[in-house]
Design a protein around this ligand. Structure first.
Ligand code: ZN
Length: 131
């Protein structure tokens, strides 16, 4: 097997999910065999169960890894920012865009004076890549 990490970044998650599935299936089979032999009081039941548990642990670890990866990918997506402006004191609040936000919409009371606030602008935060 040759490792081409750069060539197929998108296939990595697919392969890791396939790996997890295979590991889960194999470890479940091992556990099943372990319990089956355990009932017949065979001493060979222990290694089967051990393999099963280790397999499940590995698959759980792999699953966590892929989850972390997808979380990171989601975090890198462009963020939409909503700017809220207080009509009375001019207090400006910036928060993440929520569904249903639109410009001139009245939102939560002002943090300073408790007056009505209005959404002043909604924009996409662009991260410029410098070389
Ligand atoms: Zn205010």
């Amino acid at each position: 097997m040759t490792e081409k990490i750069e060539a197929s970044k998108r296939n990595v998650s697919f392969f890791s999910i396939a790996m997890v599935l295979i590991t889960v299936v194999l470890s479940v089979i091992a556990l099943f065999l372990g319990f089956a032999t355990y009932e017949s009081q065979d001493p060979s039941a222990l290694p089967y169960m051990l393999i099963g548990f280790i397999g499940l642990a590995i698959s759980a670890y792999l699953l966590l890894q892929t989850k972390r990866k997808s979380l990171k990918a989601a975090f890198e997506m462009p963020q939409v920012i909503t700017t809220i402006l207080c009509q009375k004191c001019g207090f400006k609040n910036i928060r993440d865009h929520k569904r249903g936000d639109y410009i001139f919409k009245e939102t939560e009371p002002c943090q300073k004076c408790n007056e009505k606030t209005m959404i002043a602008s909604i924009y996409r935060e662009v991260k410029e890549k410098e070389k």
